[in-house]
Structure formats: structure tokens, C-alpha cells
Design a protein around this ligand. Structure first.
Ligand code: CP
Length: 466
């Protein structure tokens, strides 16, 4: 397998077989961390971290140094020309001419994709806002596989800030792809975003089961769960167990609990969070005494705040410092593969997951609609980024931003096939109306609002709201 010249922006950029290839190389590298100093000799990695980081930045830099390469770094956005108004695209072009590979962390969702689109060298997403953190997911999967021997068929509980925890967004989809079942335990109001749930069900064939909050103990809610249960379609575990009860499944035990902190920096943007913090679920010794968690791995991407008790650090089930340590060999493997410095043998590559995504029709007219996510790079750099969406569903009409993957539901549509010169036929319709649904995808024009449609010269169709 060669990954030479490729970028890793989302987990969709790697097939399961390619991920296994990264892991087998990481195994090899972890056996001889000091014996790899010739692998990337003469290569330069640019390490651009425009949000705080300890693990990701330092493990990437340690990885490149162990491979014999060198590192240039920028960690403060105010010390770069982005602070003077330079675009991310221009920065990417320039840094791509200085370095052989770029690692970027940025607060805007989709920023790593823009860097990958413009840099001309491989780009690794080290976290883009609340969107994704794919290399964290690689080391999380690697840890689960090392500790349990497999990922398939395991039950993994995702815990805490499911709304803004980017590590969870990458991990949930990867677990579904590898055949794990997922339990969601969000803090109140911090449920998994719709676009991630859509991906789990539509792209990876998961099935959702919701249950009311249950009390495992009957003693007042030590572990109450308002869960969504996801299983992959192949094998379709739920289909084989139609009467599945989440409570019964919990009693059989959870294989890993993946805890995340309250993402306070994203809540500051969203204006709020104090009430949620008070009700945030905590993982401690008391919880882990429950039968459900007897054999569970306790995982956390770190940093932790108050959601994971220090009293668990010596518990053999606690994996979080092992996870962080494994970041180095996993990132060594990834860097050397993307630079073409190493290759690995893998089984025949099935359809890469991103091709399935490419199967969605694209809406890229560049007018009529914009992403609604204020943290999306396409909104913050609109001077040169043309809004682009995948049409994820026709009914209800659902568009998914190609940068941040947030969904939007346009209310009005028109056809580009109106007859030139006869403005009378230039009409817009309600998206869910008979006329709206009849428009062929290749002719579809979508609008956020009636005023947007009117500003483009369209008049309301008959029964506009019917
Ligand atoms: N897990 C993780 O991304 O940690 P840092 O923010 O310290 O890089």
C-alpha cells in the first residue's frame, strides 16, 4: 500500500484496509522507536497549531524527529500573517512551498480541507474546530485493537460533550465502520449532531435505537442512559437480535467507555454552557464498580478537567496515558506513509469510504444558499471559497456542506431549465411541494429565502406554500 501524496482531512480519507496498514506499520515502529531515524531524513514538516495543544502537536513533532526529519512550527495565530488578514489558502500555498508535509490545527471547521486543497503537499488535520480530529481516532482505534484484539462486535460508550467533541465525531464513524456498536451518553443538551448521526445511518448502515433514561442501579441514577444504539449493517447485529434491549446489553458489559471533557472554547462561541457544566456526567470509582463496567477500558483523548476522576489513574482499566503515548508510533507511521517514505502490504482495498460520499450529487452553483454554521471556513473565508454541498437527501431536501458537513434544509427551489426570455416561467417553489420535488437534480437551484429567490429574478410559483 502506498499513501504517497495523500492527505488525511477526515476519517473518510482512509479505507479500513488502509487504517490496518497504518496500524501494522505503527506496530513495527513502536518496536524500534530509535531505529527509524533514516526514514524521513531531509524532509520538513510544518506544524501549524492555531489552537492550544500538548499531545497532538508534540507527538507529531516527536514523530517527525524520530523519523529523522525536521520541523518548522507556528503556534500563535497572532504571530502569523493570518492576523494581518491573509487567507488560509494563501498561507497554505506558501507553507506548502517550504515544507514536505503540513499538520494543521485551526478553530474553523473545514480549515484543514482548504489547506489540503491549496498546499500542494500532504496535509494532516490535527483538529478543525468541532468537526474532526482523525489522527486522534487512529490512536484510539489502535489502542482498542491492541487491548482487545479486535474492534468488531465491541460495545463502546461515548461520553460527555458529543456535540462539540471533534474526537467523538471522527471516532463514532470509524467504530461503526469497523463493526463496533456505539452507545451515546451525552451531557444534557450535548447530543451527537444530526450530521454525524446521519453519517452513521446513511453512510455506514447503522440502525438507531433510542431508549428512555434508565437507571442501572435502581439507587437514584448512578448510571442513567439516554442512548442511541448504532450497529453496522454488515453484520447487522440488530437484525439478528430484533428484541434487543439497551438495558440488557448494558448488563452484559461495556467494552470501553470513551470520556470527553466539556469543550468550553466551543461553548464560548455558542454563548453558554454554565448549566450544562453542572450536570456533566462524571466517571469515577463509584461508577466503575457497576457490573456494566467491570471489564471496561476507560479512554479519554485528554486533556481532562472534572469529568474523569484522578482516583482512576492507577486502575488497570485506565488507558488514557497509554493512548497518548501511542500517538507517537501511529503518527510516525502516518507521516512516513503520506511522504512515500514507507509502504506496507495490505489486503486488496475495497471501495474507499470517501467514494461512497462522492456518490452524493454536488450542489455548487455558488449562489442561493450558504452554510449556516458560523464556525465553517466557507463562511469565514467567503471571498474565495465557493459554497459547495452534497445533496444528502431529496425528501426532505437536505444539503451537507463539503467543508464542515453541517446540514441545511433549503426551503425554496427553482429549476435552471426555465425558458430563456420568458420570465413568466422563471418561478420558485416550496422545496417540499409537488413542483419542487419534480425538478431534476441537475437543474436544481436552491434558496435560503424567498427574498434570495426574488433577487435572482424568480417569481413565486403557483401554490408556493402548497
Ligand atoms: N487529544 C488532544 O488532541 O490533545 P491536545 O489538545 O493536547 O493536542
Amino acid at each position: 500500500m502506498s499513501l504517497e501524496g495523500r492527505s488525511l482531512v477526515t476519517m473518510d480519507d482512509l479505507s479500513n484496509e488502509e487504517i490496518e496498514g497504518v496500524f501494522s506499520l505503527a506496530d513495527e515502529m513502536s518496536e524500534s522507536m530509535t531505529g527509524q531515524s533514516g526514514v524521513c531524513q531531509g524532509k520538513i514538516m510544518a506544524s501549524l497549531f492555531f489552537e492550544p495543544s500538548t499531545r497532538t502537536r508534540l507527538s507529531f513533532e516527536a514523530a517527525m524527529l524520530r523519523l529523522g526529519g525536521r520541523v518548522i512550527t507556528a503556534v500563535d495565530i497572532s504571530a502569523t500573517s493570518l492576523a494581518k488578514g491573509e487567507s488560509i489558502a494563501d498561507m497554505a500555498r506558501v507553507v506548502g512551498s517550504y515544507a514536505d508535509i503540513i499538520v494543521i490545527r485551526h478553530p474553523w471547521e473545514g480549515a484543514a480541507k482548504v489547506v489540503a486543497d491549496y498546499a500542494g503537499v500532504p496535509v494532516i488535520n490535527a483538529g478543525d474546530g468541532g468537526h474532526e480530529h482523525p489522527t486522534q481516532t487512529l490512536l484510539d482505534l489502535y489502542t482498542i485493537r491492541k487491548e482487545r484484539g479486535t474492534i468488531k462486535g465491541l460495545k463502546i460508550a461515548l461520553w460527555g460533550d458529543l456535540k462539540y467533541g471533534r474526537t467523538l465525531h471522527s471516532l463514532a464513524c470509524a467504530l461503526a465502520r469497523f463493526g463496533a456498536s456505539i452507545l451515546f451518553r451525552p451531557a444534557p443538551g450535548l447530543e451527537m449532531p444530526e450530521h454525524v448521526v446521519r453519517k452513521l445511518t446513511m453512510d455506514y448502515g447503522g440502525e438507531l435505537r433510542k431508549c428512555e433514561a434508565v437507571d442501572q442501579t435502581g439507587k437514584g441514577g448512578v448510571f442513567s442512559l439516554d442512548a442511541i444504539y448504532v450497529t453496522p449493517s454488515t453484520p447487522h447485529q440488530l437484525a439478528m437480535m430484533p428484541d434487543i434491549s439497551i438495558q440488557v446489553e448494558l448488563e452484559k458489559g461495556v467494552d470501553a467507555i470513551y470520556v470527553t471533557r466539556f469543550q468550553k472554547e466551543r461553548h464560548a462561541q455558542a454563548n453558554g454552557g454554565d448549566d450544562i457544566k453542572k450536570a456533566y456526567p462524571v466517571v469515577d470509582k463509584k461508577l466503575l464498580k457497576e457490573k456494566t463496567f467491570k471489564q471496561t477500558l476507560v479512554m479519554h483523548p485528554l486533556p481532562r478537567i472534572d469529568e474523569l476522576a484522578h482516583e482512576l489513574d492507577a486502575d488497570p482499566r485506565s488507558m488514557y496515558f497509554k493512548q497518548a503515548a501511542r500517538g507517537v508510533p501511529v503518527r510516525m507511521a502516518l507521516i512516513s506513509l503520506l511522504l512515500g517514505a514507507r509502504k506496507v502490504d495490505i489486503p486488496e482495498v475495497k471501495e474507499p469510504i470517501s467514494r461512497r460520499k462522492a456518490g452524493y450529487p454536488v450542489y455548487d452553483r455558488g449562489f442561493g444558499i450558504r452554510c449556516q454554521n458560523r464556525s465553517c471556513v466557507s463562511v469565514n473565508e467567503e471571498k474565495y471559497i465557493k459554497a459547495e454541498f452534497r445533496i444528502a437527501s431529496r425528501q426532505p431536501l437536505t444539503l451537507m456542506c463539503v467543508y464542515c458537513e453541517h446540514e441545511i434544509f433549503p426551503k425554496y427551489v427553482a429549476s435552471s431549465e426555465w425558458h430563456e426570455g420568458t420570465l413568466e416561467s422563471k418561478r420558485y417553489h416550496s422545496a417540499d411541494s409537488h413542483w419542487g420535488r419534480k425538478i431534476r437534480l441537475e437543474n436544481l437551484i436552491v434558496f435560503d429565502s424567498e427574498s434570495e429567490a426574488r433577487s435572482r429574478g424568480f417569481k413565486p410559483g403557483k401554490n408556493i406554500h402548497g
